[in-house]
Design a protein around this ligand. Structure first.
Ligand code: DGJ
Length: 731
């Protein structure tokens, strides 16, 4: 791995064994993208700029001698604003004179070993200095004394570039940032299909693939959270790209608030991808000599199809984004009381559930919403984080003690960012909620959002939480967030700074999470936002697992978990076997199917054990036993998508350990069909030259991948599933 600057050709080449990323200076001024793709050992060309004649109304930059050159036509790394590149730009700045023209030119660069942390923001990191190299290129608008410092990190053995920008006001006056993107990548053509991860509450991360067309396409969130409607991710793939073959580019934003990914195909058929904080409800007063650090974007390239892309993201996120004691730890099998009791519980009911769970082999009990204040419905008490003695007379200490005496760990639900109007906290501090002064506030689930941009508000919640966590032996926290933002204003903040609130909120949240997770390193944190409403790489940095969806229906979960797997490794995706009729969609599926789907993630259960049949409980118990002996493989093995639920009545995926010695195939068929065609499942990721023992047969890896297995003729009835372990045999 290296980053080289070729003085003669004014070219930067970032490369490792898998990828190359090449940029060049035009006339020592403009920074152009040249090539990003599979590794090129030596590169000796330059792009034909600026000598190509492109008939255009687009002007040439000031002082440029050749009128055939326009910034509008070149593949730029730092496109400015109002100076002849008419495409989407990385910034929009308002200067003290009210104007906006900004034109960045190369000033200097530096190459260094390693990677710097991004102050106050989640980011990928290094453990050893020699894991990565970083190139920082300073671009300057000399008339404005405004700088963009572009940072590119390349890892030694990952097909990854981590990109961010630091904007610096080197002028003596305050300027206003209205848009400050993190990354711009221009590609020379648009022969791509675009994959987005889209959805809604309880339908998160559905994959949608469409041909890329001309014009500007925006994928964004203005919800104050990354949201369930759109993951801060897109991928561009060649039309012929499959799971196993073909070119793929991925762009994933390490941020949990408002974002925008703009994909623009211009009139020269070039593709621009811009990623950053959404310009909606954003502005930043940048004082003299101050910098604005943007969050980072993770670029991944693969020429081995979507699976190649996923493997790279999975390993990076597990190894260099997640942190802490649980980063590589086997995750406990939990039971959660939410769908069993909702708000209606007491210590006795909870302990009955725990007793039943112990019989089944469950390892962790999670007390969900309703244990605090006067919380008997979702209309009250958020912000009052002290125990409800009517429900739990002996307090959390006693309950935790009793749960632990039964051999289970104890976990607790919080929704720290929220406040109910009917709460002691709100009555005492009505101006602690996010609000636009004297303006009616929209409510979501009857709750308001605390102004986490303010230190004193965060401090009050932090103190309430630590008062519990310092005395109750808590092993796990589910951190929930059940509404998105509206009327985003901050009481007491200067009028000019009101539009900084959304981003300051995120900085406040990250600061809170950093403090809390550092203070309680043994606690396993699970991220939740009405399911997967804020499941993004930013949160992964603080919480190593996420509740993927409130939707626990086995059929719906196939799509949700399959979609998640495009970027997130299994150890981060939580799944639970719940009762039927399913509470979200009313479907009745058999317990084997529900178990097999939930066991394809971090397994848990959410069942009213008193209501389940003995036969079904026996299946749950056997599933828990099986999972315990296979969970390292499932949580930390390599994951391969084989058949997509978005395209078929079947779904298949497999897990295999990194040595390719042991694996398990999961195969699902949703609806039964008479006289159905025979269908094969073709494996991936095996060692072609090894023999595997599978279903009592000895078959070669080659054979399983090329020919596959026929399985669907064994199914009868709706909602069928198979779990097929296999092992390499010593030859
Ligand atoms: C939304 C979560 O996704 C559920 O699992 C549950 O914790 C509820 N919130 C509780 O209010």
């Amino acid at each position: 791995m290296a980053i080289i600057y070729n003085e003669e050709r004014q070219q930067f080449h970032l490369f490792n064994d898998e990828i190359s990323y090449i940029m060049e200076l035009i006339n020592e001024e403009y920074l152009a993208q040249v090539y990003y793709g599979r590794n090129v050992q030596t590169f000796n060309q330059r792009n034909p700029y600026p000598y190509v004649s492109r008939s255009s109304f687009s002007p040439s930059p000031a002082d440029w001698p050749d009128r055939h050159f326009t910034l509008d036509a070149i593949m730029q790394e730092a496109p400015g604003y109002d100076t002849s590149d008419y495409r989407q730009s990385i910034i929009e700045v308002t200067y003290p004179d009210g104007t906006q023209a900004t034109n960045f030119k190369y000033e200097s660069h530096v190459i260094f070993q390693g990677k710097k942390p991004l102050e106050g923001l989640p980011a990928t990191y290094i453990v050893e200095e020699d894991e990565a190299q970083t190139l920082e290129i300073t671009m300057l608008d000399a008339h404005r004394q405004f700088k963009a410092i572009l940072s590119y990190t390349i890892y030694t053995d990952r097909a990854v570039i981590a990109k961010s920008i630091r904007y610096v006001n080197a002028s003596p006056e305050t300027i206003v940032l209205n848009k400050a993107a993190s990354a711009c990548l221009d590609l020379p053509d648009y022969d791509y299909e675009l994959i987005q991860m889209t959805g809604s509450w309880a339908r998160e991360k559905h994959l949608k693939r469409d041909p890329l067309t001309m014009g500007i396409h925006t994928f964004d969130s203005k919800r104050g959270a990354s949201g369930s409607a759109q993951q801060p991710f897109i991928s561009l793939v060649r039309p012929q790209t499959t799971e196993a073959t073909g070119e793929v580019y991925g762009f994933h934003f390490v941020y949990s608030g408002n974002f925008a990914i703009e994909v623009e195909v211009d009139n020269y058929e070039q593709t621009r991808v811009l990623v950053g904080i959404n310009a909606h409800h954003f502005s930043w007063q940048l004082e003299p000599n101050q910098a604005f650090q943007t969050p980072e974007v993770i670029y991944v390239y693969s020429n081995q199809g979507l699976n190649g892309l996923s493997q790279t993201y999975h390993h990076l996120y597990r190894e260099r984004l997640a942190r802490g004691e649980h980063q590589y730890a086997e995750r406990p099998i939990l039971i959660n009381n939410w769908e069993t009791t909702y708000f209606d519980f007491n210590e006795e009911k909870i302990l009955d559930l725990v007793d039943g769970a112990k019989e089944l082999g469950v390892e962790l009990f999670v007390l969900d919403d309703g244990w605090f204040g006067k919380r008997n419905s979702d209309k009250t008490s958020l912000g009052d984080w002290f125990v409800n003695r009517e429900k739990l007379p002996g307090g959390l200490e006693q309950l935790a003690k009793k749960v632990k005496a039964r051999g289970l760990k104890f976990g607790l639900w919080f929704e720290p960012e929220m406040v109910s109007e009917a709460s002691e906290l709100y009555q005492a501090h009505p101006n602690w909620a996010l609000q636009v002064k004297d303006y009616p506030l929209s409510k979501g689930r009857d709750q308001l959002i605390l102004d986490f941009s303010r230190q004193e508000v965060r401090e009050a919640i932090f103190n309430q939480m630590t008062a519990i966590l310092d005395v109750v032996p808590i092993d796990y926290i589910k951190w929930d967030m059940n509404r998105t933002m509206t009327e985003v204003g901050s009481i007491g903040r200067d009028a000019k700074q009101q539009l900084e609130t959304s981003h300051r909120y995120m900085l406040g949240l990250y600061d809170f999470l950093e403090r809390l997770t550092t203070r309680y390193p043994h606690i396993l944190f699970e991220n939740c936002s009405s399911g997967g409403g804020r499941f993004d790489p930013g949160m992964v940095h603080y919480m190593p697992q996420s509740w993927a969806s409130d939707n626990t229906d086995a059929v719906e979960r196939l799509k949700i978990q399959y979609g998640n797997s495009l970027v997130f490794p299994t150890s981060m995706i939580c799944a639970q076997l719940s009762e039927v009729a399913n509470h979200q969609v009313g479907r009745i599926t058999n317990v084997e199917m529900r178990a097999n789907v939930a066991m394809s993630g971090n397994f848990g259960i959410m069942l009213n054990l008193a209501r389940e049949s003995q036969a079904d409980l026996a299946v749950v118990k056997a599933s828990i036993e099986w999972y315990k002996t296979h969970r390292r493989l499932i949580q930390y093995g390599d994951f391969y998508r084989l058949i997509s639920p978005f395209e078929s009545n079947e779904t298949a995926w497999l897990f295999i350990d990194q040595a390719k010695e042991e694996g398990v195939l999961f195969y699902f068929q949703i609806l039964s069909q008479a006289s159905q065609p025979l269908k094969k499942v073709k494996f991936q990721g095996l060692d072609p030259d090894s023999l595997y023992e599978i279903r009592g047969q000895i078959l070669s890896g080659d054979e399983l991948m090329a020919y596959g297995l026929y399985l669907n003729h064994e199914f009868y009835g709706d909602f069928q599933s198979k779990r097929i372990p296999f092992k390499k045999i010593n030859q």
